[in-house]
Design a protein around this ligand. Structure first.
Ligand SMILES: C[S@@+](CC[C@H](N)C(=O)[O-])C[C@H]1O[C@@H](n2cnc3c(N)ncnc32)[C@H](O)[C@@H]1O
Length: 283
């Protein structure tokens, strides 16, 4: 077991287990799907021209590498993640692309960062899984320079994201043990409530908090849908251990629920997210 997985955080088990392996297997598909979010983060990094960026919950490192590339020669980017398999993929991607980026395998909530190190902290969907978000954002703030900016992308609530919950609704009769979503997390929709997010950031000492809705049209080839359904979300996780008969039954029930999202060989949906911005006080 890795040091990160021993941190006592149940999310560490999840991301070092089936969820991490599935994200690695789906890396190319997910990086293409979420490219518009990454592009916004890279644009901000380029405009801020920071010396050192932290990519929180960097996963397989797509955003870390894109930021490192954008800042090459003027600034560096470090990705931190709790998942050993995802960081292994990130490091391999950096080596293959010849991009100079650093990666830290650790729980960002408790990692002993050198103080006041980062000028910009970013995340694409990597901050909704902390066991104690106030402790985590406090720890990240101590790692930020005075005046540093933090820019995070997180999902709004489940009701605003019907694409993300269509599979579990359709599969429910076949998967009675499917764990219910926990609106306050940790999990995909833990930041759905704007007031809660504002409170978490304020309680951890962040200031100038701005939370804007971000509705981005995303798309992927229809040919990727089955692989997506087999690997991602609560249904994908359960299908990993399902026998072939149950898997076929679930996929047969789930596939029609995605018909409204499919046209002309593409799957299209709107990602209903928050763009969350905050500053570390001081200079
Ligand atoms: C939904 S994935 C997003 C990955 C990546 N940012 C992307 O957009 O491809 C969430 C990531 O957060 C990581 N994560 C969860 N809890 C964490 C923690 N306490 N510290 C660091 N990383 C964490 C997971 O391992 C996973 O890689």
């Amino acid at each position: 077991m890795t040091a990160a997985a021993e941190s006592g955080n149940p999310q560490a088990d999840r991301w070092n287990g089936v969820a991490g392996r599935n994200w690695v297997a789906a890396q190319a598909m997910l990086d293409a799907l979420f490219a518009p979010l990454q592009a916004r983060l890279v644009e901000v990094a380029r405009a801020e021209a920071p010396a050192h960026v932290l990519d929180i919950g960097c996963g397989t490192g797509g955003t870390t590498l894109a930021v490192a590339r954008a800042l090459a020669g003027s600034g560096r980017c470090t990705g931190i993640d709790i998942s050993a398999p995802m960081l292994e993929a990130a490091r391999a991607g950096a080596a293959e692309a010849g991009v100079d980026a650093a990666f830290v395998l650790a729980d960002a909530q408790v990692h002993d960062f050198p103080p006041a190190q980062y000028d910009l902290l970013l995340s694409r969907f990597g901050v909704m899984f902390f066991a104690d978000p106030v402790a985590a954002f406090g720890n990240l703030r101590r790692a930020a320079r005075g005046g540093a900016r933090m820019l995070l992308h997180a999902w709004r609530d489940a009701a605003a994201n019907p694409f993300m919950t269509a599979a579990e609704r359709a599969a429910a009769p076949h998967l009675p043990d499917l764990p219910p979503r926990q609106p306050d997390g940790p999990g995909q929709f833990a930041f759905g409530d704007e007031g809660r997010v504002r409170g978490l950031l304020a309680d951890s000492g962040w200031t100038k908090i701005e939370i804007r809705p971000l509705d981005l049209p995303l798309s992927m080839p229809e040919a990727h849908l089955e692989s997506y359904l087999n690997r991602l979300g609560p249904v994908g996780a359960m299908l990993q251990d399902a026998d072939p008969e149950l898997r076929q039954r679930v996929l047969a029930a789930v596939r029609p629920a995605f018909a409204p999202f499919v046209a002309d060989g593409q799957v299209r949906f709107t990602a209903a997210c928050w763009e969350i911005e905050a500053r570390n006080p001081g200079r």
